[in-house]
Every structure is written in structure tokens, then in C-alpha cells.
Design a protein around this ligand. Structure first.
Ligand SMILES: [Zn+2]
Length: 295
């Protein structure tokens, strides 16, 4: 019963915003049929899952992020480690949306949805607006978890290289610590739309990085290539640096290691070493790139 009502809430949200969708297979318009499926005019049919998301991938894709990764990230998020970042991104959206028009915000690569949900909550708390939040990710585990948490947003499993949306439908595209597809972002943004991309800065989790990558080239992280690439694709309107320390409960070290690709490819021995350190604080360090479509 519980799951059925979640599905119906999501189906109603999808129906209200069905003009947003474009069939990923044939690019025709789509509509919600019987609150069960999203169907294009060529009859390609994608069912609404019982958790309320739609899987628009024509075949399954494996990713390195598994269920555990998302549970860890949600836990880190719930413990407030990203709060100043959420505050900054919310502020950028509020500062750049001055009318009362409804807006759509797409989080491309949203995983389990914590970033998008928290940013939306923060905006509602500060300056409520008519905002439709849409999260997409290639991971079914991530999207399934996101939909279970918040049925009032739209959640889709999709390849970000082939987004199932009509062109120019989004006022903001968020791309937070996740790979991008700039040609799709350019297509999806409205005329005055903005991309808000968050990348790690050089001191991001440096306390962990120092031990995990000691003596390897990964120890020094540089985002200059990413920033240069972004500048070629968009008009770079602003860059914000956000750095802060967070207090770390020992129980959060394992989730912190597990939620990022940081620990992939490092030895168990080094991971063990980090766990034994009893770190009390860790550095969060981000750059937020704000770009508009080049005319
Ligand atoms: Zn189709």
C-alpha cells in the first residue's frame, strides 16, 4: 500500500510535467498513460517503477557505484558534511532567479539524490519558489533510492549522453562531483539558463588523500584541465571557492572513504591506516563553476 501510493504520487508529478520528456529512442514526444508508463508517440514504453522512478535506459549499464556507495553518501550528507556547499549552490540559484516564473532544475549525475534534495530544501527554507527538481543518473540503485526518499521530484535512470528531455527545458543544470556531458547540457538549458558545476578543489579531503596516495601522482590533485574544458564550452560567469573544515565522528570515516572514488585502487593496508588515524577533522574544498550557454 505504502509503495503503491508513492508510485501514484510520482506518476501524477510525471504526468503534470510530461511535456518535458522526449523519447530516448526516437526523440518523439511522450505522455504518461494510465499513471503506469511513459509512452512515446511511436509506442516506445517505459514503465514507472513501484518506487516512482522511470528507467529510460534501453539496456542495463554497470557502474562502479553500488548500493553501498549511495548509502554512504546519504549518511555523509545527512551528517551535514556538504551543508555549506548546499548553501552556496542554493544561493546561486536564488540570486539568478529573480522572477516568479516556475523553474526546472536538473541534477545530472544525481546518484541517490541527497545533493538535489538538500539544495531544494534549502531554497524552500530561504526563498520558496515554484521549483521542479529533476534528477538523473545511470545507476538504477542510486535513482531507486532517490525516488524512495522523495516522490515529489522526478527521477530517471538514463545515460547523460542521451537525456530523455526536450531541448531548452531547464533553467539550471547542476553537475556536482560527477562527470558531465556538455553538448547535452547546452541543448537542455533554456536561453538564460545556467550550468552550476561543482568540482573538488586541491585540498578536498586532503587528510585522507595524503595517506591513500602517499608517493603517487594522485596525491596532488589539480582541476585546471576540468576548468579549462568548461570554459571552452560555456561563458564562465563566475567561479566560487568554498573551503571549510568539518568535525568528523570516527564512524563517518569508513562512509567517507566508501562514497568517493578516492579509495578505489588503493591497498587495504592504506585504508586500514586511515581508519586507525582517528581523524577528528577533514577539509572540504570545492570550486563552483557557473556558466551560461555561448551564443
Ligand atoms: Zn520512441
Amino acid at each position: 500500500m505504502f509503495q503503491k501510493s508513492k508510485k501514484l504520487i510520482s506518476a501524477a508529478v510525471l504526468e503534470k510535467h510530461q511535456d518535458l520528456f522526449r523519447c530516448p529512442l526516437c526523440k518523439k514526444t511522450m505522455q504518461v498513460v494510465y499513471l503506469q508508463s511513459l509512452v512515446c508517440s511511436n509506442h516506445h514504453c517505459f514503465d514507472i517503477s513501484k518506487q516512482g522512478y522511470v528507467n529510460l535506459l534501453s539496456r542495463g549499464m554497470r557502474t562502479k557505484y553500488d548500493k553501498k556507495t549511495f548509502e554512504y553518501r546519504r549518511l555523509i550528507s545527512k551528517n551535514g558534511l556538504f551543508n555549506p556547499l548546499y548553501g552556496a549552490v542554493s544561493q546561486i540559484i536564488m540570486n539568478n532567479h529573480l522572477s516568479n516564473e516556475p523553474i526546472r532544475v536538473l541534477d545530472a549525475g544525481c546518484g541517490e539524490g541527497s545533493h538535489l534534495n538538500n539544495i531544494h530544501t534549502e531554497i524552500n527554507r530561504t526563498k520558496p519558489m515554484d521549483l521542479m527538481a529533476v534528477g538523473i543518473d545511470i545507476s538504477k540503485e542510486g535513482i531507486s533510492s532517490a525516488a524512495a526518499e522523495n516522490p515529489s521530484a522526478i527521477w530517471c535512470v538514463t545515460d547523460i549522453a542521451n537525456c530523455p528531455f526536450q531541448s531548452q527545458k531547464f533553467e539550471f543544470i547542476l553537475n556536482i562531483l560527477s562527470p558531465a556531458n556538455y553538448s547535452e547540457f547546452q541543448r537542455l538549458l533554456s536561453d538564460h539558463g545556467l550550468v552550476i558545476k561543482v568540482v573538488p578543489n586541491q585540498d578536498y579531503l586532503k587528510e585522507l588523500r595524503e595517506i591513500l596516495y602517499m608517493g603517487s601522482e594522485k596525491q596532488n590533485y589539480s582541476n585546471s584541465l576540468t576548468i579549462n574544458h568548461f570554459k571552452k564550452q560555456f561563458n564562465l560567469i563566475d567561479v566560487e571557492s568554498i573551503q571549510y573544515q568539518v568535525n568528523l565522528n570516527t564512524q563517518l570515516i569508513k562512509p567517507l572513504l566508501g562514497m568517493t572514488p578516492l579509495s578505489w585502487g588503493t591497498s587495504e593496508e592504506r585504508i586500514e591506516k586511515v581508519l586507525q588515524l582517528n581523524l577528528k577533522q577533514v577539509t572540504m574544498d570545492f570550486k563552483v563553476l557557473i556558466g551560461s550557454v555561448k551564443s
